[in-house]
Design a protein around this ligand. Structure first.
Ligand code: AMP
Ligand code: MG
Length: 280
């Protein structure tokens, strides 16, 4: 375990320059590099995560407004879904709201780009996971100029303003970018082709998108630089090793919940009266 928090190790300092080529996708900061130990540590976090989640849920049921929103971004096959499965799987599913986002529908396109995300924010007491997010609106949209540059250029500031508003409304944001190498993506896409149980995930355009790798890396760099803020910082997780990705997300979620200083609600109830009535 790290002396520094995992959040400190992986946070993108607001206002700092980011050079993705300098971040080793195979590195495993905060661990001793051992997969078996890391997996055991994730399992050991389960009860702690489950307890804090239940306290958050209880707070939401007794008038609290706070909730957690985990925003996951990463190239295809970077393991966003796998990380959600592993980490969300440690807590009570009743307290979760998990959403994935693909291309917007015609109805969604008729609204502002943030609209469809506003519709599915976690309610008070819940932990939401966004598997892709409004950051696609400065990723694929930027890389392919799906809207004019004059429009997508404004989105960084609008996202920051929106996230600041969410924070005021009690949404605690945990933003995690999974950093994958093109070689590891190739291996994972090849493995998909060889595995009938994974054929349903294949989208031929994923292979074409590899041709835009440098443009995506630049787009990622820019959103990490422009949208890592004090209220909603980004975390950059090396993701070539699946066990590390899971370890990092589990710790980041735990630290996020710990930072909320949760406790059991203390409703003012007539305990003595109720005890007496039950005994009567
Ligand atoms: P997957 O996560 O593999 O199910 O793929 C979802 C696809 O939806 C990815 O190729 C995303 O780039 C794409 N997508 C998500 N948001 C948008 C958006 N705003 N505009 C266009 N494509 C999007
Ligand atoms: Mg895909």
């Amino acid at each position: 375990m790290a002396d520094r928090s995992v959040g400190d190790l992986l946070r993108v300092t607001p206002g700092s320059a980011v050079r993705l080529v300098d971040v080793d996708t195979r590195s495993t900061p905060g661990t001793d590099g051992d997969k078996v130990t890391a997996a055991a540590q994730v399992d050991a976090l389960g009860p702690q995560l489950a307890l804090l989640q239940e306290q958050l849920y209880a707070e939401g049921r007794t008038g609290g407004r706070r909730r957690v929103l985990v925003v996951l971004q990463g190239m295809d096959t970077s393991g966003k879904g796998g990380a959600v499965k592993r980490v969300a799987g440690l807590v009570n599913p009743a307290g979760l709201r998990i959403h994935g986002f693909g291309p917007p529908t015609p109805e969604e396109l008729a609204h502002d780009f943030l609209w469809r995300f506003e519709q599915v924010l976690p309610p008070p007491g819940a932990i939401g996971f966004f598997d892709r997010s409004y950051y696609e609106d400065v990723l694929i949209v930027r890389v392919h100029d799906l809207v004019p540059q004059a429009e997508w250029e404004t989105r960084y500031d609008r996202i920051n303003a929106w996230e600041a508003k969410l924070a005021e409304q009690g949404v605690v944001l945990l933003k995690v970018a999974l950093h994958l190498s093109p070689e590891e993506q190739r291996a994972r896409l090849l493995a998909r082709l060889d595995d009938p149980a994974k054929h349903w995930k294949i989208n031929p355009s994923d292979i074409d998108e590899r041709g835009h790798w440098p443009a995506y890396q630049l787009a990622y760099q820019l959103l990490l630089e422009r949208c890592s803020t004090d209220v909603a910082p980004w975390h950059l997780v090396p993701a070539d090793r699946k066990w590390y990705r899971d370890w990092a997300l589990a710790h980041l979620l735990l630290e996020t919940l710990q930072g909320m200083k949760l406790s059991w609600p203390t409703p003012e109830l007539d305990f003595e009266g109720m005890r007496a009535a039950l005994h009567a």
